[in-house]
Design a protein around this ligand. Structure first.
Ligand SMILES: C[S@@+](CC[C@H](N)C(=O)[O-])C[C@H]1O[C@@H](n2cnc3c(N)ncnc32)[C@H](O)[C@@H]1O
Length: 277
């Protein structure tokens, strides 16, 4: 038999991850691991721990091991094949929730999320704005499956997911939206190899690759969105920190008004938005 502290010491460089994984395997909180370091664990837990820590040391994301990630105060279920939601994306979601509360409080409106992943954006908006009917699109099966699991988990009935290539997923539905929001793939293809192993080797490439200059989805969605946005509808994107000016110009070129850029706490460009006239 081995004790908790001994297991933790074997992976000193991944100390916090070790604690998170052990607390998951033992079904206890982190504080238990700190407090009861002298407690023995079974051979089964020891073997599972070693297996998962070996994966982790090779760069496999901790969130896929734990199968969860907190986003906007909600505990999202996650698995391989969906992007791990990033704290940066909360900037877009907070803006949208605030916008809805300012402009559409108590009014039934429709919002669309393009590229749902785990459902981070669509489900957060649906959860905090119950009068909004939220639609989500993804081209891959796993995000649709995972987002539906999260929809059930959060008991939401005001959201539905469709599979397809951007707006093609909505063909035949005759929908117009007050808000279209997206955190699309936005990494330039040739930059993907330079990303951290945890991202480039384990997160889905289809969630990252934005074409030669990273801007393919902004160009496509901005043009196509005009058919699906109501007049005065909001188009809002998460962007890479160095894409502010280019995405701003795409919206201006396509005739959007009030185009603006939101920054994150570090002062980096994070969101571009505009209004369809
Ligand atoms: C950067 S991830 C964003 C995931 C999630 N919205 C978030 O913020 O965590 C982009 C998502 O777009 C999806 N996607 C990629 N190409 C697409 C396409 N042509 N049509 C619809 N979805 C697409 C990917 O499968 C992926 O789930």
């Amino acid at each position: 038999m081995v004790i908790i502290d001994e297991l933790r010491r074997r992976y000193k460089d991944f100390s916090l991850d070790g604690i998170l994984i052990l607390s998951k395997l033992l079904n206890v909180d982190k504080s238990h691991i700190y407090t009861y370091g002298e407690k023995e664990v079974s051979k089964e837990v020891e073997n599972k721990f070693i297996y998962l820590m070996e994966k982790r040391t090779k760069g496999y994301p901790i969130q896929y091991i734990l199968k969860e990630r907190e986003f906007m105060g909600l505990e999202f279920y996650l698995e391989d094949g969906v992007l791990v939601p990033r704290p940066d994306t909360e900037i877009l979601v907070e803006y949208v929730i605030d916008y809805i509360n300012r402009r559409y409080k108590g009014i039934n409106i429709k919002a669309l999320d393009i590229g749902i992943g785990s459902g981070a954006i669509s489900l957060s908006v649906a959860n905090y704005c119950k009068d909004v009917e939220v639609y989500g699109i993804d081209i891959e099966d796993i995000p649709i499956k995972v987002a539906n699991i999260n929809k059930e988990k959060f008991n939401l009935t005001n959201v539905s997911f469709y599979k397809g290539d951007l707006f093609q997923a909505l063909e035949g539905l005759d929908l117009k939206f007050h808000i279209i929001m997206s955190n699309p793939p936005y990494i330039a293809s040739e930059k993907i190899e330079g990303l951290h192993t945890t991202v480039k080797d384990f997160e889905p490439r289809v969630a990252l690759d934005g074409g030669v200059d990273g801007l393919d989805f902004y160009r496509r969605i901005t043009v196509e969105s005009k058919k699906y946005l109501k007049d005065n509808g909001l188009l809002i994107y998460e962007i890479g920190f160095d894409q502010g000016e280019e995405v701003y110009n795409i919206l201006v070129k396509e005739g959007f008004s009030n185009v603006s850029i939101l920054k994150d706490l570090q002062g980096l460009d994070r969101v571009v938005l505009g209004i369809k006239k």
